[in-house]
Design a protein around this ligand. Structure first.
Ligand code: 3HC
Ligand code: NAI
Length: 689
């Protein structure tokens, strides 16, 4: 017996319990004793049934991700599942928490799966750039049908115990204590006498498959995969389950898994899995968190509304403050509309809608913020206005309340200094729409107290956000790098590219959209206002804005949008304007290739990241990757800009930056010392010295 796997008896039923905190991953030190225990129980005539259960907070949450990329140690998960299928007496997986990936595949080796009501089951391997490699693609379709399995495996999204029961994945859902109910269930099966066919032999649901409908669905999913290999491999593997004999489909799944696990995309996605968890860890584990029960939000505009919803969705009561009743009512109406849309779509129940709306308390009086434990300011982006707001907040907030600003660019130290309690002030930079976007940049000001920082990082995860701590600078990590990425946009146009060509180079790279389409979506007037405030110009964009072309909202921007459509169409007028401006400036235009577009936009992005790292604005290169994949659509299959720099080849990046620096003299191309060191050592950590 091992400390990771124990066997106990309830009369003739054997209970095998896995205990490998925190999530019972199937590490080698679990697989080995599990294999031995199951072999012994199979051969033990005094055992009539086997219940497979887990200690702690969850059933098995998957293979041990830290073992990928290392030599495989036997027995593999596949061998354990195969062993389970040689056991004639009933085997029952008792699922609580989550049965994910290899965990669900283990359960699929059992004759029966039972669960408590809160359990969730899924095959999320695709999110790690993989497919289920323990037989999940060939066994799940046999239980739930190929169409349902395709949806689950390609999306990677787990389903509830109730849905799993309805789909045929789970045989019973229990309200009472799970283990006792599972043992009772096992005894009932013994009494029933069988036969108990293993999942591999249950082919009835597969036979029902409509292959052409399946292929149509798979083709639709392939279109959405945006260059990611794993979703396509998942679809192929499920198709194999329909068309090939079991063992052949299983072998094909194995081949696809081995290819993916060794590839750059999965490496990138695994990097992001750990990077997100690392970013959430705040130094000083022992710091006591402050209690956050009620949240105050100042400003009911675009961001205030999204932030308010994010907290209400997380179950927090919200006091919402505006300058006047009308603005407040506008904000509340926006939220009501958003929730009504969710109910209409079926993603929210009417009961949940009412419960969430019940959490809001509107106000126009600062005194009402006195009982809030955290107050987030989301008013106009104007230092003078923010200082007035923080002054009033300082006068009413309770001692120890955390005071946060959602500013995009402004100096959080200066805002903090306008209060008598800078230790309680920090930035919480949400992304729009704040109820949807996962990224939260937590801005650590000079004097922010460690416990305030740690409290907000923990809170962020409770409302489903991915927190990253950043330092104070203009635009923090994300927007500062965005500005470096966009510096050459107009030059590319003037020198010969069209907005469509630049955007295509981006979408071919894997971005959801390019910078010009993005600009049209966000509204070109925002940048215009910013430039004017900073005394900056952009020859083409300023002209477009001067013509009232603000992007999608005015039907015209870098592109043309026909009668309310969101589809960008190239606009000859814009192309003419670019040609005219180039002629005016004496710039000869010529063809610009995709490689050059990437070099002049994404190499400066990496370079700025290196500077940010050098200045300590971000603590780790992987934090920057988390910011860019969660906040700006950097393709996850490339792992974020700093990870991608390694794939692309840092020496090449340095070389090409030097080239562009010589040619243009622009500072964005001047290689950061840290990037040079990365090029030499191959590690950002080492580069940090
Ligand atoms: N392997 C190794 N470590 C894992 C792990 C896994 N499968 N799953 C989680 N961990 C680690 C995390 O890195 C974290 O470590 P840390 O405390 O040192 O940072 C710790 O466990 C706790 O994880 P979370 O912070 O994510 O805990 P939560 O409670 O928020 O979430 C969870 C729990 C939903 C299980 C989440 O951890 C999760 O989604 N895990 C990954 C599940 C998954 O992808 N499974 C498939 C693996 S691939 C596979 O099975 C291949 C097979 O088909 C052959
Ligand atoms: P917005 O203009 O939509 O909303 C601002 C709201 O603040 C308005 O409803 C206004 O009535 C209210 N307001 C102004 N002064 C106030 C005061 N003294 N007290 C109470 N309410 C007041 O602006 P938006 O876009 O929501 O931006 C708010 C902040 O969030 C800004 O600092 C902005 O830089 C930042 N931000 C904006 C993002 C975006 O994509 N729009 C993204 C991330 C941050």
């Amino acid at each position: 017996m091992s400390s990771f796997v124990s066997v106990t008896r309830d009369n003739s039923v054997a209970v095998v319990a896995i205990d490998n905190p925190p999530v019972n991953a199937l590490s080698f030190h679990v697989r080995q004793p599990l294999f031995e225990a199951l072999t012994a129980l199979r051969d033990d005539a005094s055992v009539t049934a086997i219940v497979l259960a887990c200690a702690g907070r969850t059933f098995v949450a998957g293979a041990d991700i830290t073992e990928f990329g290392k030599p495989v140690q036997q027995p593999e998960l596949r061998a354990i599942v195969a062993l389970l299928e040689t056991i004639a007496k009933p085997t029952v997986a008792a699922i609580h928490g989550t049965a994910l990936g290899g965990g669900l595949e283990l359960a699929l080796g059992c004759h029966f799966r039972v669960a408590d009501q809160a359990a969730r089951l899924g095959l999320p391997e695709v999110k790690l750039g993989l497919l289920p490699g323990g037989g999940g693609t060939v066994r799940l379709p046999r239980l739930v049908g190929a169409a349902k399995a395709l949806g689950m495996i390609v999306s990677g999204t787990p389903i509830s115990a109730g849905e799993a029961k309805a789909a045929g994945l789970v045989d019973a859902v229990f309200e009472e204590e799970l283990l006792a109910a599972s043992i009772r269930f096992a005894n009932e099966m013994v009494a029933d006498g069988g036969p108990f066919p293993p999942v591999r032999d249950r082919n009835e649901r597969l036979a029902e498959t409509d292959l052409s409908a399946f292929d149509a669905k798979a083709a639709e999913l392939a279109r959405k995969a945006r260059g990611l290999e794993a979703p396509l491999a998942c679809a192929q593997a499920v198709r194999n389950a329909i068309t090939l004999p079991f063992d052949e489909a299983l072998a094909a799944e194995r081949q696809l898994f081995l290819k993916l696990v060794a590839g750059d995309q999965s490496r990138a996605q695994r990097h992001l899995f750990f990077a997100e968890r690392e970013a959430a860890k705040i130094q000083g584990k022992d710091v006591t968190r402050r209690k956050i029960a009620r949240v105050g939000i100042i400003g009911a505009g675009t961001m205030g509304g999204g932030i308010a919803m994010a907290f209400a969705n997380g179950g927090f009561p919200v006091t919402w403050l505006e300058t006047g009743e009308e603005a407040l009512q506008r904000g509340l109406a926006m939220i009501e509309k958003n929730y009504a849309v969710s109910v209409g779509r079926g993603s929210l129940t009417e009961e949940a809608r009412q419960q969430r709306l019940g959490l809001f308390k509107g106000s126009t009086d600062y005194a009402d913020l006195a009982d809030c434990d955290l107050v987030i300011e989301a008013v106009f982006e104007d230092m003078a206005v923010k200082k007035v707001v923080f002054g009033k907040l300082d006068a009413v907030a309770r001692p120890g309340a955390i005071l946060a600003t959602n500013t995009s660019y402004l100096d959080v130290d200066e805002i903090a200094a306008s209060t008598s309690r800078p230790q309680d002030v920090l930035g919480m930079h949400f992304f729009s729409p704040a109820n949807v976007m996962k990224l939260l940049e937590i801005v650590r000001a000079d004097r922010t107290a460690p416990d305030a920082l740690a409290t907000v990082a923990e809170l962020a995860r409770r409302i489903g956000k991915v927190p990253v701590v950043v330092g104070v600078c203009h635009g923090f990590v994300g927007n500062r790098m965005l500005s470096a990425r966009g510096t050459e946009n107009e030059a590319l146009l003037l020198e010969g590219a069209t907005p469509g060509q630049v955007d295509k180079a981006f979408t071919d790279f894997g971005w959801p959209m390019g910078p010009f389409q993005m600009g049209d979506l966000a509204g070109l007037d925002i940048g215009w206002r910013n430039r004017k405030a900073r005394g900056q110009t952009a020859v083409i964009a300023d002209t477009l804005c001067g013509q009232g072309r603000f992007g999608q909202k005015t039907g015209r921007g870098w592109y043309r949008y026909e009668s309310g459509s969101r589809e960008p169409a190239p606009d000859p007028e814009v192309e003419e304007l670019i040609r005219a401006k180039a002629a005016e400036l004496g710039i000869a235009r010529s063809e610009i290739g995709a490689d050059e577009i990437i070099e002049r936009t994404l190499y400066p992005l990496v370079n700025e990241g290196a500077k940010i790292l050098e200045e300590g604005i971000a603590a780790r290169a992987s934090d920057i990757d988390v910011v860019w994949t969660n906040g700006y659509g950097f393709p996850i299959g490339k792992g974020g800009p700093m990870f991608w720099a390694g794939l692309e080849g840092a020496p090449k990046i340095v070389d090409r930056l030097e080239h562009w620096h010589r040619l243009t003299g622009r500072v964005i191309f001047q290689p950061a010392p840290m990037l040079r060191r990365f090029a030499e050592t191959g590690s950002w950590e080492g580069a940090g010295g």
